[in-house]
Design a protein around this ligand. Structure first.
Ligand SMILES: Nc1nc2c(ncn2[C@@H]2O[C@H](COP(=O)(O)OP(=O)(O)OP(=O)(O)O)[C@@H](O)[C@H]2O)c(=O)[nH]1
Ligand SMILES: [Mg+2]
Length: 464
């Protein structure tokens, strides 16, 4: 990861679309030479720059070889009204392996240098076109692999989170201003601004931050997907369920108990939400050395699970070992899955009394598909309740960096409130309000050290 800030005064270029065969590709160039480069590439313009944001179909000629590169749709943007805030040009040319590369090579020969990953967005941020939250969210939007994550990302790109943070910042600044006003009039009998008013404003800001923070655990799961571990007795149908959830045969299924030895992991999107599934070895007493190691691995997986899908064969009914196993993992999110329902008659109504009444139980068959939808809904409801319930206008905190800074801001507000309750001099307590504003500023990127910027933009792809 590079923490060296790239220069801002040169002109950068990159292919913004993925490599490979495709109908079209976009090549973009940004910086002060963008206009000149366009003129040199497109002789038909006869030295006259086209007006901004007007698309023109232009023949592009390689400046060194004189070879025709392509006839491309060219759009010129003039600073500051562009994505980067600089003069820039976007070329929509034919796709494939060679044309975009030849165009990029021509841009290089005219003085543009290759952009670093995320450098277009970094420039947009440094030129005040987007704030840091938006810049991060653009990366999230590109990388999102589930509809729910995509929704959270586009909400942040559209300033859903930045807007809220801006309001919070203003509220704390107002409280700070009110307290400063009171500090300036210490001798008055009646303080000019009743302390209760300031306290109320700070409490309100703290509560709003805490409400946002409540979405952070789910936001984290939204980014990486909760780990869903399928565990249970051998032959209970774990691998069959794993494959059914994935939609293809990833795990080996046989009627021989002890088929799965090692844990098998796969990512999947169910009901719009991301999950990481892990199929594990069936748990039993065994003399087989390899199987015993597999069972140990299974137990470790269960220990780290966000959701445990405990599979139990509905033909045999639950046994004491299963109950003992479940007791060990009490307090975790567990769904008891009664498998192979197509082979049983009416056992849905049979009360076995072995599993805790409170446990969520789903009757399922991979043959008929019964229970699969219910299971997916149940997994989503268990992990993403807050995300699901948050209105479209509520931001979801999906980044550790944001959660940490919001936590700091809330803690500083709490310290102010403690100080005011302990009748601490107002000027001392007010330093906490300043610190809370600084923490919020760090999220939006109003004052952000270079190493944080390096970390943010290093995760981007070239051309964004
Ligand atoms: N009829 C029916 N058979 C099923 C169902 N689910 C699994 N089976 C069968 O049950 C047997 C065991 O299935 P697996 O998915 O391999 O079970 P497992 O829990 O992964 O077993 P181990 O890997 O040995 O621990 C196979 O013969 C499956 O075809 C179901 O819903 N209905
Ligand atoms: Mg298996």
């Amino acid at each position: 990861m590079s923490t060296v800030s790239p220069r801002l005064d040169d002109t950068i270029a990159a292919i913004a679309t993925p490599e490979g065969r495709g109908a079209l590709a976009i090549v973009r160039v940004s910086g002060r030479s963008a206009g000149r480069i366009l003129l040199q590439l497109a002789p038909s313009l006869r030295g006259e720059l086209p007006s901004a944001r007007r698309q023109l179909l232009l023949a592009l000629i390689h400046p060194v070889s004189g070879e025709m590169i392509d006839r491309a749709l060219c759009t010129r943007f003039v600073a500051p009204a562009s994505f980067t805030g600089e003069d820039s040009v976007e070329f929509g040319c034919h796709g494939g392996e060679l044309t975009p590369r030849l165009l990029l090579e021509a841009l290089r020969s005219l003085g543009a240098r290759d952009a670093q990953p995320g450098e277009f967005t970094r420039r947009a941020y440094l030129n005040g076109r987007v704030d840091l939250v938006q810049a991060e969210a653009i990366g999230d939007l590109i990388n999102s692999r589930s509809p729910a994550m995509r929704r959270a990302a586009i909400h942040q790109v559209e300033r859903g989170l930045s807007g809220r943070l801006g309001e919070l910042r203003d509220a704390v600044l107002r409280a700070e201003a009110l307290s400063a006003y009171s500090i300036d009039f210490p001798e008055e009998d009646e303080p000019p601004v009743p302390m209760a008013r300031i306290v109320e404003a700070v409490e309100d800001a703290r509560d709003r931050i805490n409400r946002m923070l409540r979405t952070a655990p789910e936001g984290r799961l939204l980014r990486h997907g909760p780990l869903v571990v399928l565990a249970g007795r051998p032959n209970s149908g774990k691998s069959s369920l794993f494959n059914a959830l994935l939609g293809f045969e990833r795990s080996i299924v046989t009627d021989i108990p002890g088929t799965t030895r090692d844990a098998v992991e796969a990512e999947v999107v169910l009901g719009g939400y991301p999950f990481r599934l892990a199929d594990t070895a069936g748990i039993r007493e065994t003399a087989d050395k390899v199987e015993a190691v597999g069972i140990e691995v299974a137990r470790r997986y269960v220990g780290g699970a966000d959701i445990l899908l405990f599979c139990t064969d509905s033909i045999h009914g639950p046994d004491p070992l299963e109950r003992q196993f479940l007791e060990e993992y009490e307090g975790k999110r567990v769904i008891i899955v009664r498998t192979k329902m197509d082979l049983t008659l009416n056992s849905r109504t049979r009360s076995d009394g072995v599993f805790p009444e409170s446990a969520t139980t789903i009757c399922l068959s991979v043959i008929t598909g019964e229970g699969l939808g219910e299971l997916c809904d149940c997994m989503a409801a268990m992990t993403f309740r807050a995300v699901d319930q948050s209105a479209d206008s509520d931001p979801v905190i999906t980044r550790e960096r944001h959660a940490r800074a919001l936590g700091e801001a809330a803690a500083e507000l709490e310290l102010f409130l403690l100080g005011s309750r302990a009748a601490l001099p107002l000027d001392l307590a007010a330093t906490h309000l300043r610190a809370a504003v600084a923490a919020i500023d760090g999220i939006i990127g109003i004052v952000t050290p270079d190493d944080i910027l390096g970390a943010v933009f290093s995760t981007f792809c070239v051309g964004k």
